[in-house]
Design a protein around this ligand. Structure first.
Ligand SMILES: [Zn+2]
Length: 683
């Protein structure tokens, strides 16, 4: 069969890809990969990079190149047949991945190359990552320990999905019907519509509120009725626990206990003291002390301002007919009222200044001025999946082509929501291949209607800059080995640096002057509107920071301090963290941990701190431009050279220090989030 997924073209032939091509292509490439690894690992004594590692890397890249357009199309142009083909391949790919990760002969071959070949630093980093990941997967354990390790893996994945199922069942298992419209007082029209829709769906009169976030959040933020907020708050914060309206049903208590015990056991099988150490192995943070120090120092310095912010909120509430003592279910509601009274700024006021084409043009100019690259449209130069899709080239200042990207800006039927960047092709330069990186940038903006261009909210503009930051990290790479080129091999506590870093330019007058003009009058964004935008940016920033730190410290301590003799001490650690940090103590029935799927069902175990860590890096990196000018070319080039071009080819702290001249400092993070006037912690 002529299969476009197996064609060796620079870019996928999107218009020719059919669902029936998917499985045969994936099966062919997996079989080829197996044969290659089998042949190469038959004799590993004299393995070298060129004869052993490079061929495997190129074969992996073939599979990645075939799979990328499939998973991309499944996200942006889905059909039932394509989804079926995609789903049929997932277990095959995951089985193949596990098999390769557990291949002892491959491990031995990599080790041989690592120990004996003369490698460049990027090659060395790629191999040390591979050896580390295989070690963490248990490849070099003695037989009995390895068998136990695998058994635990199976059990962990079962527990993770049960945790998630319980949470889902508990979320879906509760709703509240309202028949008197007066009870909905305060709710915006969109939330009422959703509540009517939920009622119709259930053949009920009136309105139905649920624990789904789009239904729950507007109630917490806008509903005037305190009893209603309290009722939803209790139902939401006791999901899948021993408390609340469904106490004991779908209870995650034992699952959490088992997950923590098994993670700890795996850590000890690998020779670590605890699971927090395992989590940090592939990350930027170098030790558990470093993470705890960072979180506690930040917490210590934010706490006083968080208390002041809460006091201000309390005063505002009392002055406006609110309760004398705010409860947990009052905070979002009164915060929203305070925000509106202080910083009333609506999306509608700002949107006319952010027309899509102008924002794109401005964003490309920002990249040009900072990084010395030139972005031009290459419409019509390649096959795409939809007429709305645009295609661009990125060239260096000498005109040399560096990378290309697709932009799929508008929402449509059968396209997944949200915005993201994904890899189409990796940079791969070898004796037999010269392949440049290509990215997909996907957004879901409203298509232009009635001669009016697409107008973005300021949030949309930030999202666009964010994803473009990821895109530049992928595309400006100078690393020739796919496994550590671009965003590949970048630890996930460091991978948000370029994206969050670039968002800063949406807030700077000098940058906004490149693109924020009224689409009808061409008038620049008025200074008064700009100042209101800036002042709203850091509203209650200390309270929000403290909340994130509470999650991060709870997650990290839970995994760091686990002791098999005592069990998880879940509530004790949670209470300690809250006692130390929170300006407001949640009610005793609150079972926040039972719904914390990031760490119990997702990949964030002992890694939730990454969110704040990434903010620290982005704020500290941007502070160089605050010192030297928003468009300081030398600093922009340094960021390109040390961060964007190097990708995953070196330790991220090393790269960061090469760019910034020092390690990141939390002072800059505090200053940028408007938390000021505090001395560094003395402990
Ligand atoms: Zn991101």
């Amino acid at each position: 069969m002529d299969n476009p997924l197996l064609d060796d073209q620079p870019h996928p032939a999107f218009s020719r890809i059919r669902p029936e091509h998917v499985e045969p292509a994936v099966e062919t490439l997996i079989a080829e990969g197996r044969r290659l690894i089998e042949r190469l690992t038959a004799a590993t004594e004299a393995a070298t990079w060129d004869a052993f590692v490079q061929p495997i890397e190129e074969e992996d890249d073939r599979l990645a190149r075939a799979w990328s357009p499939v998973s991309h199309l499944n996200a942006v142009m889905s059909s039932d047949a394509l989804r079926a083909a995609y789903n049929a391949c997932l277990p095959k790919l995951s089985e193949y991945g596990t098999e390769v990760g557990h291949n002892e002969l491959l491990y031995r071959g990599y080790k041989q190359v690592y120990d004996t070949d003369a490698l460049d630093p990027a090659q060395r980093k790629m191999l040390s990552n591979a050896l580390r990941d295989m070690h963490l997967a248990g490849v070099d354990l003695p037989p009995a320990a390895k068998a136990r390790f695998k058994e635990i893996n199976t059990e962990l994945s079962r527990l993770g999905s049960t945790f998630e199922e319980h949470l889902l069942d508990a979320t879906n298992g509760w709703h509240k019907q309202l028949t008197d419209e007066a009870d909905l007082a305060g709710l915006p029209e969109s939330a009422r519509e959703l509540a009517r829709h939920f009622a119709t769906e259930r053949d009920l009169e009136g309105w139905v509120l649920t624990l789904d976030v789009p239904s729950y959040l507007p109630v917490m933020k806008y509903a005037h009725c305190t009893a209603l907020r309290r009722e939803l708050y209790e139902a939401y914060t006791t999901r899948a626990s021993d408390q609340g309206p469904h106490a004991g049903r779908w209870d995650n208590t034992q699952i959490i206990e088992d997950l923590l015990a098994l993670r700890h056991e795996q850590a000890t099988l690998l020779g670590f003291d605890n699971f927090a150490q395992v989590s940090l192995e592939p990350k930027m943070a170098r030790s558990t002390d470093e993470v705890m120090g960072f979180l506690e120092d930040l917490a210590h310095r934010c706490a006083p301002q968080a208390r002041r912010e809460l006091e201000a909120l309390q005063t505002f509430a009392v002055g406006n007919g609110g309760p004398d003592s705010l409860e947990a279910w009052d905070i979002p509601y009164w915060s929203e009222r305070l925000r509106q009274s202080q910083h009333a700024i609506s999306d509608e006021e700002l949107k006319p200044y952010f027309s899509l084409d102008r924002v794109l043009d401005g964003m490309f100019q920002v990249a040009e001025r900072l990084f010395g690259v030139f972005i031009t449209s290459a419409a019509g130069e390649t096959d795409t999946w939809h007429p709305d899709v645009r295609f661009y080239r990125i060239a260096d200042d000498n005109g040399e082509l560096i990378a290309q990207f697709y932009l799929d800006p508008f929402s449509r039927q059968r396209k997944r929501g949200g915005a993201w960047m994904d890899v189409c092709t990796n940079r791969l330069i070898s004796a037999c291949r010269q392949q440049l990186p290509t990215a997909y940038l996907v957004c879901n903006f409203t298509p232009p209607v009635n001669g009016q261009p697409t107008l973005l909210t300021h949030d949309d503009v930030q999202t666009l800059f964010h994803e473009f930051g990821h895109g530049l990290h992928h595309m400006l790479t100078r690393v020739d080995y796919p496994a550590v080129a671009g965003i590949n091999g970048v630890p996930w506590d460091a991978v948000e640096l370029p994206s969050q870093f670039l968002e800063n330019w949406c807030w700077e007058r000098e940058a906004l002057d490149l693109f924020a003009y009224h689409w009808e009058t061409d008038e620049p964004l008025p200074e008064s509107l700009y100042q209101r935008m800036r002042s709203a940016r850091n509203f209650q920033s200390a309270m929000q920071t403290v909340r994130q730190l509470e999650f991060a410290l709870f997650d990290f301590r839970l995994h760091l301090e686990y002791d098999p003799a005592q069990g998880s001490r879940l509530q004790q650690i949670l209470d300690e963290v809250r006692g130390q940090l929170s300006p407001i103590q949640p009610p005793a029935f609150n079972r926040f941990a039972h719904g914390f799927s990031h760490i119990f069902a997702g990949g964030y175990a002992a890694g939730y701190y990454s969110y704040k860590w990434a903010e620290l890096l982005a704020a500290d990196a941007f502070s160089l431009f605050e010192e030297r000018g928003v468009f300081d070319a030398a600093s922009g080039r340094a960021f390109r050279e040390h961060i964007l071009e190097r990708g995953g080819s070196a330790e991220p702290m090393e790269l960061y220090v090469a760019f910034r001249g020092r390690e990141p400092s939390i002072d800059t993070l505090l200053r940028q989030t408007g938390i000021i006037g505090l001395m560094p912690a003395t402990h």
